[in-house]
Design a protein around this ligand. Structure first.
Ligand code: UDP
Length: 374
């Protein structure tokens, strides 16, 4: 592929969920996209494997802003992106979600007077203690086009005074990501065997949010609650969680769990679709629950995904409620799954990336509706 970047749509990403949720757009844009990885979480397990599984080319540019404080990461990434965009000016910049990389991409686009598109705009936890909340609010307010996944997120944007012409509701691009990579039943059976668990007979768990893992007591409580559940718990260990478990001397708490390295997206989805339940503080897992039709106990102070509360998700605080809520869901998992199978995902039907391109074309951020390249 030609390496000339000018005039392409720059897709700025830096973490696992951004790759998942931008993969569809990158595929539809083909050679008209220019993927820049900021290096916020550059690690084969959190990055390379995701590019490979989605069939994407490696990023054209890979920066190296990982392992710094939040301020230094945002500052460094903004400066590096500004230099890149000054050298070769993109037609538009696309960022996704609420990471430091998304904010840096937004600021660099703004500094260069380049049109900015925010995928997954308008989510609000209303929790000002979360760095992600500040990132998403800031990005939405500088974006020229806010792609809101649902009517709820559109209403959040409108309530902050963002005019209607800067908003389009598309659904969430995670739906097509799941549709693309969810393994078939045979591959799922192999996955269950390789993890030594049975269909509907285990819990899949992930934890990485600072509010949970950066506090020794909270983390000890979470791991204790998971270890006391009546079924096996598969816990892919995010690098941040691994560091905190070591730092707080909590390694023995993992003994009661099936702790594994971070999983590729296929493997994670395959297990999720076969699990009785997920217990997690992840954002994306709440949305994926509505596609694989499995419930998720969300262990957080707040959620920016209210659309699935009361159907696919239940919000609980750190403490005994983790066990109480999980055991209630585990009482009759098959009945729960049958009920959830009939509930449509509030995040759409898997056309969000296409609708995103339509909205960009309508506003002349790209020349025309772009069809997938052969
Ligand atoms: N995920 C994965 N492998 C794992 C754990 C999670 O592929 O071992 C996926 C998960 O399906 C979701 C995304 O990673 O799509 C979530 O990433 P993370 O929890 O890091 O971020 P958040 O969604 O909370 O921003």
């Amino acid at each position: 592929m030609s390496q000339d970047r000018s005039g392409r749509v720059a897709i700025v990403l830096g973490t696992r969920p951004e790759i998942v949720k931008l993969a569809g757009l990158v595929r539809l844009l083909g050679e008209r996209s220019w993927v820049v990885h900021t290096g916020q979480h550059y690690d084969a397990e959190l990055s390379d494997v995701f590019f490979a599984q989605f069939g994407l080319q490696p990023p054209l540019d890979a920066l190296d802003v990982g392992g710094r404080t939040r301020g230094a990461q945002i500052g460094e990434a903004t400066a590096r992106l500004d230099a890149l965009f000054t050298d070769e000016r993109p037609a538009a910049v696309v960022v996704q979600g609420d990471t430091n990389s998304a904010l840096a991409g937004a600021l660099a686009a703004n500094a260069g007077g380049i049109a900015l598109v925010h995928v997954e705009a308008g989510l609000r936890s209303h929790d000002r203690a979360m760095p992600e909340e500040h990132n998403r609010v800031l990005v939405d307010h500088v974006a020229d086009l806010c792609l809101a996944p649902t009517a709820t997120s559109r209403a959040n944007l409108a309530a902050e005074g963002i005019p209607d012409e800067r908003i389009a509701v598309t659904g969430n691009t995670v739906v097509e990501a799941v549709q693309q990579l969810l393994p078939d039943p045979d591959e799922r059976r192999d996955l269950l065997d390789s993890h030594g668990v049975a269909r509907n007979g285990f819990v899949l768990s992930t934890f990485h949010r600072p509010e949970n893992v950066d506090d020794a007591e909270r983390l000890a409580t979470i791991l204790g609650q998971l270890g006391a559940l009546p079924v096996p718990v598969v816990l892919p260990v995010h690098p941040r969680l691994a560091a905190r478990v070591e730092g707080f001397g909590l390694r023995p708490r993992l003994d009661a769990l099936h702790a594994v390295p971070p999983l590729g997206y296929r493997e994670f989805l395959g297990l999720f679709a076969e699990a009785a339940l997920a217990v997690s503080d992840s954002g994306g897992v709440q949305e994926e629950a509505s596609v694989v039709k499995r419930p998720v106990v969300v262990v957080r102070r707040s959620t920016e995904r209210p659309e699935v509360l009361g159907t696919f998700s239940e919000l609980v605080a750190v403490g005994p409620d983790i066990g109480v809520a999980s055991e209630r869901w585990l009482d009759d998992p098959v009945a729960v799954h049958e009920r959830l199978a009939a509930v449509p995902s509030p995040y759409g039907d898997g056309r969000a990336s296409e609708l995103a391109l339509d909205a960009m074309a309508q506003r002349q951020l790209i020349k025309q509706r772009l069809l997938p390249e052969e």
